[in-house]
Write a protein that binds this ligand. Structure first.
Ligand SMILES: Nc1ncnc2c1ncn2[C@@H]1O[C@H](COP(=O)(O)OP(=O)(O)OP(=O)(O)O)[C@@H](O)[C@H]1O
Ligand SMILES: [Mg+2]
Length: 267
């Protein structure tokens, strides 16, 4: 089971693209995926052209059943969409005790139906982002090829550490990878940012994943509200995301299941 938050405190660095495309990559190799949008911009709904009746806020604060609040975007991918009401839900939840545990409390009982839970977040640190990090405990940070994106990545890594300090020993949120996105090696800025990323990796111990190349098929697919895999199956960004997905599966998938099986055998 993989739970993963896609986070960078900078806007427009392919967080949503990464969440949606990875979700589809996992789905196409037979994993059941729950994709949760926590950004009140509701971008996943927009770029996939989904028409949910109910949204995240309905699940979080209006006691709507989980099933009512997800829509199936393609085989193996269920999406809980977000809208402006997420902000209202955050205000309501901010007064509740143990508010950071809200996702843990509400999503844990539904996750067994899925192999992967991916959570897209807003560029700013919101309560739902904190809830998502406490629940998933693993963060993937896409980094665009510009300095502000790098700063956003550092902020995302620090936010995870701050949560760990806040919860003392009870929590271990890990940044599991820095994912260079929108990489065009012809641009001078790209090699500068990639060098800085290597340094950040050395400083933090977080590995840099293979790059996702810039590809005009990405915005075009979003414009016609399709997954990249349906719009252009041979797109180079898709090839890169598929590779990232299989790497993530190899390194993150069910170490706990393996441990449990080993423990069961030796018991
Ligand atoms: N590999 C790529 N090649 C070309 N364009 C890309 C690529 N990845 C993302 N984009 C484009 O970059 C823009 C920003 O992407 P996206 O919406 O995924 O970013 P975001 O980090 O989720 O933004 P926000 O912070 O507003 O939520 C979009 O127009 C998207 O189509
Ligand atoms: Mg987004």
């Amino acid at each position: 089971m993989i739970r993963l938050v896609i986070s960078n405190q900078r806007g427009g660095v392919a967080k949503t693209t990464t969440a949606v495309t990875l979700a589809r990559s996992f789905a196409d190799i037979g994993r059941k995926v729950l994709l949760i949008d926590t950004d009140s911009q509701g971008s996943i709904r927009t770029i996939l052209g989904l028409k949910p009746e109910f949204h995240l806020a309905d699940f979080l604060i209006r006691n709507m059943a989980f099933r009512e609040c997800v829509v199936t975007a393609c085989p193996n991918v269920d999406v809980m969409c977000s809208n402006r009401d997420t902000t209202e839900a955050e205000v309501t939840l901010s007064n509740s005790p143990f508010r950071e545990l809200t996702f843990e409390r509400l999503f844990s009982e539904h996750e067994a139906a899925y192999d992967v839970v991916l959570i897209d977040v807003a560029p700013s640190i919101t309560l739902s982002q904190q809830c998502a990090m406490v629940y998933a405990q693993q963060v993937l940070v896409p980094v665009g090829m510009e300095t502000l994106s790098l700063q956003g990545a550092v902020a995302a890594v620090n936010a995870a550490e701050a949560l760990n300090r806040f919860f003392k020993k009870g929590l271990n949120v890990r940044t599991i990878g820095l994912l260079p996105v929108m990489v065009d090696r012809r641009l001078a800025m790209t090699s500068m940012v990639l060098d800085s990323l290597k340094q950040l990796s050395t400083d933090t111990g977080v590995r840099v994943l293979p790059v996702i190349r810039t590809d005009s098929a990405v915005p075009k697919a979003a414009r016609v509200k399709k997954f990249l895999a349906d719009f252009d199956p041979s797109s180079k960004a898709l090839v890169d995301y598929n590779e990232a997905a299989s790497l993530l599966l190899q390194s993150l998938d069910t170490p706990s299941d393996v441990d449990e099986a080993t423990e069961a055998k030796s018991a």
